[in-house]
Design a protein around this ligand. Structure first.
Ligand code: CO
Length: 134
């Protein structure tokens, strides 16, 4: 697989109204979009530095992946996303190397990217997302 760069850092927050102003007004990073990803139960609020984005993640419900993450570990860095040239090829290569991925098929995430998550067990403790832009 070919890694093209860091696409974004995903940060789990309790409340976008409280936390988003830091990224938008203090760091002054350009706001790009806010989007509800229904099947993941999350509202994503995306800021673009021009060289990698910040993706704030607020759970729509406590019984969602982000809701559970916050209950277990509190708000904070949730995942790091790398852009890849070909997600299907990346999945095949990961499986060949016995890397634990969370789904066999890419899912469509925020901004319509095709994405797959790699289990922290396989990476040294960090949830890693690979994404192919369409
Ligand atoms: Co992400």
């Amino acid at each position: 697989m070919k890694i093209l760069g860091i696409e974004h850092i995903g940060i789990a927050v309790n409340d976008l109204d409280t936390n988003a102003p830091f990224w938008k007004h203090i760091l002054n990073i350009q706001h790009r979009s806010t989007e509800v990803v229904e099947d993941q139960g999350v509202t994503t609020d995306i800021y673009d530095t021009g060289q990698g984005k910040v993706e704030l993640l607020e759970a729509t419900d406590s019984d969602t992946p982000i809701g559970k993450f916050i209950q277990k570990r509190g708000p904070g860095v949730h995942h790091v996303c790398f852009e890849v040239d070909d997600i299907t090829k990346a999945i095949i290569e990961l499986k060949e190397s016995y890397i634990q991925i969370l789904s066999d098929e890419p899912t469509v995430g925020a901004e319509g990217y095709k994405a797959v998550f790699i289990h922290p067990k396989s990476t040294g403790g960090v949830l890693v997302e690979l994404a192919e832009k369409l």
